[in-house]
Design a protein around this ligand. Sequence first.
Ligand code: PGA
Length: 247
Amino acid sequence: MRTPFLAANWKMNKTVGETQAFLHEFIPLVKDVNNAEIVIAPPFTSLFTASSLLKGSNVHLAAQNVFYEEKGAYTGEVAPAMLTDVGCAHVIIGHSERRQYFGETDGILNKKVKAARKQHLKIIFCIGESLDEREAGKTFEVLKREIEEGLKDIPSDNLVVAYEPIWAIGTGKTATTEQAQEAHKYIRERLSSLYGATAQSIRILYGGSVTPDNIDVLMKCEDVDGALVGGAGLKADSFARIVKFTR
Ligand code: PGA
């Protein structure tokens, strides 16, 4: 049995005050949820505040990015140990926006995963194809490369994989359940060839325009074990409804 995993990626949204307001509303809404792992990923500037408000709750904290060096002259970057220190349990690595807008390659992401693991951060590793790649029939090829290169020499413990077709992110276009299940099944096969039977216990999240209206049907797919939520994770009531999905 894979425990469902629901994470909200706030991206570049919310001030400290807005973070406090969200959590004051959200924590009570989900306090009785005991059959799912709940994670929020605020921007760096809100991590400290969020961490103190989340203490003693069933909501865990993630960062949206991390650098691979331990410390030093890297202006603007944040080290893995700083994330652990501020109370993060998880870190998102390889989001398509990092790959697209900030030039993060499979090789860079592999270094980030290794560095984050050294500090015992749990990894939410994102993969997914663009619309052009899907239309050219290259979806599986892209997923295979992103898994094999990004997760090269990475053990399978504390690893969650998020499948986010780029054409579904922020567009209101969700993958159909058939498209999601097909990709998730393929990802699990690739993970099996890397990790053997333990691949059965790795959570694979779907991401891309997840809302309270489509979460239930997505969670019915055999290999969909949770969701990475952008826009709908910015409102406490809508993310709470997503966390309380029914299968
Ligand atoms: P979205 O973003 O839910 O707004 O489509 C998902 C993501 O990028 O993680």
